[in-house]
Design a protein around this ligand. Structure first.
Ligand SMILES: [Fe+2]
Length: 126
């Protein structure tokens, strides 16, 4: 059964999808079930995949990671950074050679979650 806001990947063709509304079925692609990309987390001060969120005047800035920037090479990079503020879902797509960070103009809230997706190491949240 799919999870709301879950990220699923097809291990054959590389399709990646995010679930907006979770129904009862499994997600499939290329004739097999897609893999649920579990949100990993760790200490943001030492693990460079964990998104680090700072408040700005107009919203939030998210960096991957706090003390050492994640690589952004053709082979290994952050594909997107997502910020979930209450019921708003904001996503910045990134390319190799971009900075592994994103700024979002949004009202401050006590309910803020940041997630990012590394093309090699998968899905991470703060
Ligand atoms: Fe990575």
């Amino acid at each position: 059964m799919a999870k709301k806001l879950g990220i699923y990947k097809c291990e054959l063709c590389g399709n990646i999808t995010e679930v907006f509304v979770a129904g009862g079925g499994d997600l499939a692609c290329c004739g097999q079930n897609m893999k649920y990309m579990e949100e990993k987390t760790a200490d943001h001060s030492t693990e460079k995949h964990v998104p680090f969120v700072e408040k700005t005047e107009k919203g939030y800035k998210v960096r991957v990671g706090e003390n050492a920037a994640h690589p952004m090479t053709e082979e290994h990079y952050i594909m997107w950074i997502e910020l979930i503020v209450d019921d708003l879902i904001l996503r910045k797509e990134l390319k190799p050679n971009d900075k592994p960070e994103a700024e979002f103009e949004v009202k401050h809230s006590d309910n803020v979650i940041a997630r990012e997706y590394c093309n090699i190491h998968g899905h991470w949240k703060n």
